[in-house]
Design a binder for this molecule. Structure first.
Ligand SMILES: [Zn+2]
Length: 327
C-alpha cells in the first residue's frame, strides 16, 4: 500500500501541554468551521486532501487558519499571509499514538513526520519517583503533546535490582539485571514497589503501564493489586499480556486476566497489541464488555513484526525453541 504523506497544522508550534484533548479540539474546530472564504488568513493550506475521521469529511479542499484556529475549510480559492501547497498530501487532525516508546526529542520529531501530534507511552511508562522530572524535561521544549504512564516494570527494577532508570530510553540499564522479571517480591519489597507506582500516579502519570508478559515474577495477585491502585485514581492500566507471545489459548487467557480484573474493579484497561493468535476472541471480549459499559480498549499494530530486548523471557529455550521457533 502506498504510504500517505501528511501535513500537520500543529507541527511547527511548541506545545508543553500535558493535555490529551488538543487533537480532539481540532476535530471540533473542523466540524464547526463556517464556510466563508473572502478574508485573508494567517495560513492557507491549499490543494490537499482534507480528511476528518470524526465527520467522514474526505475531499480536496483548502484550509484557512487564523491564529491557532481552523477558520475555514472550503473548495473556493483562499489566500493567506503564508501559503502551503499541500497537493498530493493528506491534511488531517493530528494522530494520537498511545503506544509510543520513543520519548526523546528525535523520536517526537519522527512522530510528526507520520502525522502523530500526541505520543504517549501507556505500556512501559516511566519510573514513579521520576515522573515530575520526566514531565519537566519536556515542558516548553517538546514539539508534540506527550504523556507517560507510571511503569510497573521500572518500579520492580528499582526495588528488586536497585536501578533507577527513567523510562525506555534507559531500559537497557535495567534489563541486564536479574531480578525485575522473575523475582517474587517479599511483602516489604511489594510495599515499596506499590509506593513507587503510587508516587507516580500522584505526580500525574496517565495510569499504569505494565509489561506483565516480561515478568513471570509478577503474580496474578500483584497484577490485580496494580490494577486496583490505578483504578483508585480513576486511571487505566495498559498491559503487555502474560503469555505473549504464546498459543491461541495462552493469548486469550492473558487478556482474560486483565479484563476480568477490570470488570471486577470497574476500572479502565487497555489490552496492548493483541494482534496475536486468538486475537479475534480478544476483540470479541473487548467489544462485548464495551457494549456493557466497561471502559476497556485494545490496540493492534499494523505490521507483522516486532522487536524487544534479547534477554526477554520469551527467548527462554522452552518458549522460543519449542513453541515459537524451529530446532
Ligand atoms: Zn509490548
Amino acid at each position: 500500500m502506498t504510504p500517505l504523506n501528511y501535513v500537520n497544522y500543529s507541527s511547527t508550534s511548541v506545545d508543553s501541554s500535558r493535555s490529551l484533548y488538543k487533537p480532539i479540539g481540532f476535530i471540533l474546530c473542523l466540524l464547526m468551521s463556517p464556510v466563508f472564504s473572502a478574508e485573508n488568513y494567517d495560513l492557507a493550506i491549499v490543494g490537499g486532501r482534507v480528511m476528518d475521521p470524526a465527520s467522514d469529511f474526505d475531499e480536496i479542499a483548502n484550509v484557512g487558519i487564523t491564529g491557532d484556529r481552523i477558520a475555514v475549510i472550503t473548495k473556493e480559492p483562499i489566500t493567506g499571509d503564508k501559503t502551503i501547497d499541500a497537493s498530493g498530501h493528506v491534511i488531517a487532525p493530528g494522530f494520537i499514538d498511545t503506544h509510543f516508546h520513543g520519548t526523546q526529542p528525535l523520536h517526537y520529531r519522527l512522530a510528526l513526520r507520520m502525522g502523530v501530534t500526541t505520543a504517549m507511552d501507556l505500556e512501559f511508562g516511566a519510573l514513579g519517583t521520576r515522573i515530575d522530572d520526566w514531565y519537566s524535561d519536556r515542558d516548553g521544549t517538546s514539539l508534540i503533546n506527550y504523556g507517560t504512564s507510571v511503569s510497573h516494570e521500572l518500579a520492580r527494577a528499582s526495588v528488586l535490582d536497585g536501578v533507577d532508570a527513567i523510562d525506555t530510553s534507559e531500559a537497557s540499564l535495567t534489563r541486564v539485571h536479574p531480578n525485575w522479571a522473575g523475582l517474587v517480591p517479599t511483602a516489604d519489597e511489594s510495599e515499596e514497589i506499590f509506593a513507587i507506582i503510587d508516587e507516580g500516579l500522584r505526580s500525574g502519570a496517565i495510569g499504569v503501564g505494565s509489561t506483565l508478559g516480561y515478568m513471570p515474577g509478577a503474580s496474578a495477585n500483584e497484577l490485580f493489586d496494580v490494577q486496583a491502585l490505578s483504578a483508585s485514581y480513576g486511571r487505566q492500566i495498559g498491559v503487555h499480556l502474560r503469555h505473549t507471545p504464546g498459543t491461541e489459548t495462552d493469548e486469550i487467557n492473558g487478556a482474560q486476566e486483565v479484563l476480568a480484573n477490570a470488570a471486577a474493579l470497574n476500572a479502565p484497561a487497555i489490552i496492548n497489541h493483541f494482534n496475536n493468535p486468538g486475537w479475534q476472541r480478544v476483540y470479541e471480549l473487548i467489544t462485548r464488555m464495551q457494549t456493557q459499559g466497561h471502559n476497556v480498549w485494545g490496540e493492534i499494530y499494523p505490521y507483522a513484526a516486532g522487536a524487544t530486548t534479547i534477554n526477554a523471557v520469551f527467548f527462554d529455550p522452552s518458549n522460543w525453541r519449542d513453541r515459537l521457533g524451529r530446532r
